[in-house]
Design a protein around this ligand. Structure first.
Ligand code: ASP
Ligand code: MG
Length: 424
């Protein structure tokens, strides 16, 4: 017997038929002898619809009331799933955020979970009742409804799994695991049996949208074992306990698996992701003196604009350099106006903005112990005539900025170059 938290996303919960399918999967898991809690998303599209109502009601809406509105999508699906489970003969009840309680801070619309009272949940699960918990919502210190930011149900599920000390958190979604890259771009992408927390974090932050980034950091911190798997399966599909999806594990677990030879196909690079949500800004002829770069980035930081890749070109003329960096596309207009206001103070000549760029990243813990990953990337792109406009690296990631028209080609050739293509 194990204690399992199961999470179902919006596509899996979209409508009565699909909720019945989900209830069947949950029931089977309980019949396998496990204690079960379920965390659900709102029906696909529902949260967008509710957000729009808020915008229509008031352009500058109060985030506390926004939370009351948008949290309702998950209230509906949690009740419906409990009802459907009861109709299948299971004992089940819903537990809203304020009932559990899922305690958060009071940062409405982007609240962070601080604590979960798990005793009542654990008792309910142990009595054979299935606990159904709406994701995305919590309760503030003042007792008001909060939400965790878009995509927050993943974080709810991991937090509940940590609180009830679950053996596993199964995240059911519309794909059957984490792939080496987007299978819609590369037909030869492979499903990965194991990904480490850090790899998943890097992949999530560079555009692989399988899990909310915050849920991955939380899983890593709380050592929650997470599996990503498909809810679109039939009755004779392999049971979740046989780990048919992708397991997100610690470095030690990966090392053990490699020793046992259960992850034979693992390559140096684990995944490739592309992100088209950044824009590039170049400031030309910035004075090459102490404080010039701080003069550019301090106002951006003060405005909460996240700068990612940064390069400073070799001084062309004596005492001047070009500075290039990226910001989220959505922040480009704000960044541009902040910098234009300060043109004289910073002392640059021209601001060039370009939002037709993409960041392509290769990720893998294997990089720690192997040289040559970056050079393979640069050479592969050069062979195809793809120009690199900026570079950034971490211990387990190399990212390059390229023309967005060349994204798909770049991902495809890199997938082949690192030996990741599935055998035909
Ligand atoms: N329903 C929320 C959203 O669409 C939370 C979630 O599904 O994870 O963002
Ligand atoms: Mg999601």
């Amino acid at each position: 017997m194990a204690r399992i938290v199961m999470k179902f996303g919006g596509t899996s919960m979209a409508g009565t038929e699909r909720i019945r399918r989900v209830a069947g999967i949950v029931k089977r898991q309980q019949e396998a002898g496990h204690e079960v809690a379920v965390v659900v998303s709102a029906m696909a599209g529902e949260t967008d619809r509710l957000v729009n109502f808020c915008r229509e009601a008031s352009a500058l809406y109060d985030p506390a009331e926004y939370d009351v509105v948008v949290a309702s999508g998950e209230q509906v699906t949690s009740g419906l799933l409990a009802l459907t489970l009861q109709a299948l003969g299971c004992k089940a009840r819903s537990w809203l955020g304020w009932q559990v309680q899922i305690k958060t801070d009071d940062a409405h619309a982007k609240a962070r979970i601080e604590d979960i009272d798990a005793d009542a949940l654990i008792a309910s699960m142990a009595s054979g009742e299935i606990a159904v918990i709406p994701g995305f919502q919590g309760v503030s210190p003042e007792g008001r409804v909060t939400t965790l930011g878009r995509g927050g149900s993943d974080t709810s599920a991991v937090a509940v799994a940590a609180a009830v000390k679950a053996d596993r958190c199964d995240i059911y979604t519309d794909v059957d695991g984490v792939y080496t890259t987007d299978p819609r771009i590369v037909a030869k992408a492979r499903k990965l049996p194991l990904v480490t927390y850090e790899e998943m974090l890097e992949l999530a932050s560079v555009g692989s949208k399988v899990l909310q980034t915050r849920s991955v950091s939380l899983a890593m911190k709380e050592k929650v074992r997470v599996q990503v798997l498909s809810s679109f399966i039939d009755e004779d599909a392999p049971a979740a306990d046989t780990l048919p999806g992708t397991m997100i594990v610690s470095d030690e677990e990966l090392a053990n698996a490699e020793q046992e030879g259960s992850d034979m196909e693992r390559q140096l690079i684990t995944g490739i992701a592309a992100d088209k949500n950044e824009a590039k800004i170049t400031l030309t002829r910035v004075p090459d003196r102490p404080g010039a770069v701080a003069g550019i980035f301090t106002p951006l930081a003060d405005a909460n604009i996240n700068v990612d890749m940064i390069i400073q070109n070799v001084a062309k003329e004596k005492g001047e350099t070009d500075v290039t960096f990226t910001v989220p596309k959505a922040d480009l207009p704000r960044a541009q106006s902040l910098l234009e206001e300060r043109q004289e103070a910073i002392g640059y000549y021209r601001l060039i903005a370009d939002d037709q760029v993409a960041k392509v990243s290769v990720v893998g813990v294997g990089m720690r112990s192997h040289a040559g990953v970056a050079s393979t990337m640069f050479q592969t792109l050069a062979d195809r005539g793809i120009n690199i406009e900026a570079i950034s690296t971490s211990e387990i990631k190399v990212s390059v900025l390229i023309d967005s028209d060349e994204t798909e080609l770049a991902v495809r050739v890199l997938h082949t170059a690192y030996g990741m293509d599935a055998p035909a």
